[in-house]
Write a protein that binds this ligand. Structure first.
Ligand code: BGC
Length: 265
């Protein structure tokens, strides 16, 4: 009889310790709910709105999971280290680090100020770089290895005019995942990017509040609509489990086909 290499049990996240940055809103919140409902122990990093984190912790409990909140700004290295340390103090290890926190300024190359540039880089690239470094050191030292999942974007590869700093940072995350993924593969640490397309979250409020722009966006997406955050969280849940053990140094896109969109000319 042919042996099935991974039974469906490999999709369980029972007792996996998963840290999610930017975990109390948008895609991060959906990831926390998703992996929490599959039995993970979740560390919710957040920068603002502690009350939302409290509500989420309760919700995860109702879903059968366990979670804690840690207020930490991923653009500050001492906060990042404290996030990792708190996760280990509370749950003993880190199996999955989800670098989800992200911001954008929607500014063109012509009018991006040095402050805008630094702000975006510090969260979207420097924060991901050092969270990867700190988490990987912990995963190596705990002996069991682990997985790093970076919530990137279609814009790690696909230009978005007038959002230049964001695209530059996401392009950096693309190469971070490829390079660090190759470096760390032999040490039991795997790294995968998830590249969402347009998702109905606060980062896209300005588009969603502009009916004309929203119609234009929907028309550009082969599936014909924006994603719900849960449609990204389910990909992260799969990647967090043992079923994704052979994936590293690569990107997975959940974009409704937008990167391949073609007018058919
Ligand atoms: C950006 C959004 C954009 C979407 C699709 C996301 O990464 O944050 O502003 O609408 O990509 O282009």
């Amino acid at each position: 009889m042919t042996q099935i290499p991974h039974s469906l049990a490999s999709f369980s996240l029972k007792d996996k310790v998963i840290v999610v940055t930017g975990g109390n809103s948008g895609i991060g919140k959906a990831i926390v709910e998703g992996v929490g409902s599959l039995g993970a122990k979740v560390v919710i990093d957040y920068r603002s709105h502690p009350e939302r984190t409290e509500e989420l912790i309760e919700e995860v409990g109702e879903l059968g999971g366990q979670s804690i909140g840690v207020q930490a700004d991923v653009s500050k290295l001492e906060d990042l280290q404290r996030l990792i340390d708190t996760a280990v103090q509370k749950f003993g290890k880190i199996d999955v680090m989800v670098n989800n926190a992200g911001i954008e300024t929607r500014t063109s190359i012509l009018d991006t100020s040095p402050e805008d540039f630094d702000k975006v880089m510090n969260v979207n690239l420097r924060g991901v770089f050092f969270a990867t470094q700190y988490a990987a050191k912990q995963m190596i030292s705990q002996g069991s290895g682990g997985r790093i999942i970076n919530i990137s974007s279609v814009h790690e590869d696909w230009p978005m005019p007038n959002n230049t700093p964001y695209c530059v940072a996401k392009g950096g995350v693309r190469m971070l995942t490829r390079t660090a993924g190759v470096e760390l593969a032999g040490k039991g640490v795997t790294i995968v990017n998830v590249g969402p397309g347009a998702v109905a979250t606060p980062i896209n409020d300005s588009t969603m509040n502009d009916p004309e722009l929203l119609a234009k966006l929907n028309a550009a997406i082969p599936i014909g609509r924006m994603a719900q955050p849960e449609e990204i969280a389910s990909v992260v849940a799969f990647l967090s489990g043992n079923g994704a053990s052979y994936m590293t140094a690569t990107s997975v896109f959940a974009d409704g086909g937008i990167m391949m969109s073609s007018p058919g000319l």
